[in-house]
Design a protein around this ligand. Structure first.
Ligand code: ATP
Length: 238
């Protein structure tokens, strides 16, 4: 809390061969904020989050996190510092037990933290506790999304990256996922939420950024953006 800067990104570029997916992106996240990243399919949301967690290489630019320049810090070290990601498409390990999937998210943690953190995740997602010995592949899409979020929480995030958590879910489950994000926000977690479901994301976010072809084109409070005519036309179908 206090509203100090947790993440500052300047001039961030990232490419796939000759395709520039991020073209000099600038953004700032304060501690305790929930920030929505909205944009069309292919705008660069996933590339941005993967560049932050370090699994996608960056070209030019700088990433400052928690007061340090982490531009050259490896992905596993970024996770250790508290950048934890729930990836697009969930990517849980189907044949592995649900509990073992959660433990994968804790591999950077000291052993003594793990039982306590598991219980916190189970308290948040009782269905995962009930089914903890079963292969993750037996879970429904919505439950797998909860598992992916739970796995990220096992890393004790200072910054939680959620990539399209509502993707492919039925409307009722979409609401459940957004309720989870709301609960994490209420706990004071700092969150970046990349979503094509722009209305729901902006409605719960403190602030939002609109990303178009690898650049930030608009920013404001969630409410500002919901009432912005360009946003309404392009992303809210109004
Ligand atoms: P989505 O919601 O579909 O994930 P996005 O906003 O997350 O969209 P990205 O997936 O980051 O967008 O894609 C940004 C740009 O990079 C797009 O032009 C896309 O075609 C390109 N791109 C993404 N992944 C690759 C890849 N593995 N190889 C080549 N180009 C890629």
């Amino acid at each position: 809390s206090g509203g100090d800067v947790l993440l500052k990104v300047t001039g961030l570029e990232s490419s796939y061969g000759r395709i520039k997916a991020l073209k000099g992106l600038n953004l700032e996240i304060h501690r305790g904020e929930t920030v929505a990243l909205v944009g069309a399919n292919g705008a660069g949301k996933t590339t941005f989050l993967r560049t932050l967690s370090g699994v996608q290489p960056m070209g030019a630019g700088q990433i400052w996190f928690d007061g340090e320049d982490i531009s050259k810090v490896r992905a596993d070290q970024r996770m250790r510092r508290g950048i934890c990601q729930s990836p697009e498409g969930r990517q849980v390990f189907g044949p592995l037990a649900i509990e073992d999937n959660l433990l994968l998210g804790a591999y950077t943690q000291p052993k003594q933290n793990v039982p306590e953190d598991l219980e916190k995740v189970y308290a948040m997602f009782p269905i995962l506790k009930e089914k903890r010995k079963l292969p993750a592949g037996t879970l429904s899409g919505g439950q797998q999304q909860m598992l992916a979020i739970g796995r990220a929480l096992m890393g004790r995030p200072k910054l939680l990256l959620l990539d399209e958590p509502s993707m492919g879910l039925a409307p009722l489950l979409v609401q459940e996922v957004f309720n989870v994000v709301k609960a994490l926000k209420a706990q004071g977690m700092t969150i970046i939420l990349a979503e094509q479901n722009a209305f729901a994301a902006l409605a719960l976010a403190d602030r939002g950024y609109v990303i178009e072809t690898g650049e930030i084109t608009l920013t404001g409070t969630g409410q500002d953006l919901i009432h912005n005519e360009k946003v309404r036309a392009a992303y809210l179908g109004m």
